[in-house]
Design a protein around this ligand. Sequence first.
Ligand SMILES: [Zn+2]
Length: 72
Amino acid sequence: MPRKRALTLRCPICKKPVKSADPDSPFCSDRCRLLDLGKWASGEYVVPSPLTDADEAIQRDRLDDADGDGKP
Ligand SMILES: [Zn+2]
């Protein structure tokens, strides 16, 4: 058994091998770390989205019919 674990990670951005002792781990470099942050910011991952125009229109329709008599 080796005394030290030679754990090698792979950068999730560019798939280059990264040493687990690397300060940028699990990224190979600061650049890839920033790219990963950029993915989150640009919505490539699923994030709660702000209200869209369509949602707003639906809410307005509900308010228009708030009196419930079916007439505008
Ligand atoms: Zn990388």
